[in-house]
Design a binder for this molecule. Structure first.
Ligand code: SAH
Length: 232
C-alpha cells in the first residue's frame, strides 16, 4: 500500500502516544509496554490497521503490535486509534528486515502477514515477506509454539511462499486456497482492507497457518493439506 506522501505524517506519528517511538529500546521488554500481560501478536505490513484493531477488540487479553514501513499509511491507523484508543494495541513504523533488533528471541507468539507486497520480479524475491530469509527471522523472534499466519489473493506469491517452507523449521498446520468458502477456517476470520476489496472482486483468498512446533506424527503435513483423509 503506497499512499502519496502526506505532509506532516512523520510529525503526527512522532507525537502519537500509540506509536512506539524507539522500538529497539523495547527489545526483550515489550510486555512492559502494555498495561496487562498477555501474549504478543504482530502484524507485519499492517496498512491502515483494520485487521489489527478488530483483532484487538475481539481478543482483549492479547497484545497486538502493528508494524508498517510507511508513515503515510501508519498515519491512518494512528487516526483510527485516536477515535477508539485500544489499550492492547501499539504501532511501530519500521522495516520488517529489522525485526530482530526490535524483538528478542522468543518474544512473539504469532506473526500475521496479510496481503504482503508480491514483488513479482525474481531479483526482488528476498523482499517478499513470506520468503525463506524472512521465515528465518520470524523463527528467531517467535516462541517455540509460535505461529505465522499468511493471507493473500496472489496465487503466485502463495505458491512461492509454500515453496519456501522446506528447511524453514515451520510446519503447515492449516492451508486453504479459498478461505471464504472454507467454513471451518473462515469461522473466526477477521478481514483486512485488501481482503474486503479483493474478495468483493471475486478473488479467492489463500491462507496458511504455520507452526514452529515439531509434529511428532509423520503425515501430519499431508493431513493438513487434505483434512478429509485424516492422518496417513
Ligand atoms: N495488511 C494490510 C495492507 C496490505 S498492503 C491489508 O491486508 O489490508 C502491504 C503493506 O505492507 C503495505 O502497507 C506496505 O507498506 C507494508 N510493507 C511492505 N513491506 C514491508 C516491510 N518490509 N516492512 C514493513 N512494512 C511493509
Amino acid at each position: 500500500m503506497r499512499l502519496k506522501n502526506i505532509p506532516g505524517s512523520r510529525e503526527s506519528i512522532a507525537g502519537s502516544p500509540f506509536v512506539v517511538q524507539a522500538p529497539e529500546l523495547c527489545r526483550g521488554r515489550w510486555r512492559e509496554v502494555f498495561k496487562t500481560p498477555g501474549p504478543l501478536y504482530a502484524e507485519i505490513g499492517m496498512g491502515k490497521g483494520k485487521f489489527l484493531m478488530e483483532m484487538a477488540r475481539r481478543y482483549p487479553d492479547i497484545n497486538f503490535i502493528g508494524i508498517e514501513k510507511y508513515s503515510s499509511v501508519l498515519l491512518r491507523a494512528v487516526q483510527k486509534m485516536e477515535e477508539d484508543p485500544l489499550p492492547n494495541v501499539r504501532l511501530v513504523r519500521m522495516e520488517a528486515e529489522d525485526l530482530e533488533s526490535v524483538f528478542s528471541p522468543g518474544e512473539l507468539t504469532r506473526i500475521y502477514l496479510n496481503f504482503s507486497d508480491p514483488w513479482p520480479k525474481d531479483r526482488h524475491a528476498k523482499r517478499r515477506l513470506p520468503s525463506a530469509a524472512f521465515l528465518a527471522r520470524y523463527a528467531r523472534v517467535l516462541c517455540p509454539e509460535g505461529e505465522v499466519e499468511f493471507k493473500t489473493d496472489n496465487r503466485d506469491l502463495f505458491a512461492f511462499a509454500l515453496g519456501e517452507l522446506e528447511g524453514s523449521g515451520f510446519q503447515i498446520r492449516e492451508l486453504t486456497y479459498d478461505l471464504h468458502r472454507d467454513e471451518r477456517l473462515c469461522r473466526d476470520n477477521v478481514t483486512t482492507e485488501y481482503e474486503e476489496r479483493f474478495s468483493a472482486a471475486g478473488r479467492p483468498i489463500c491462507k496458511y497457518i504455520l507452526s514452529r512446533r515439531e509434529e511428532s506424527k509423520e503425515g501430519n503435513h499431508v493431513s493438513a493439506l487434505f483434512p478429509d483423509m485424516g492422518d496417513l
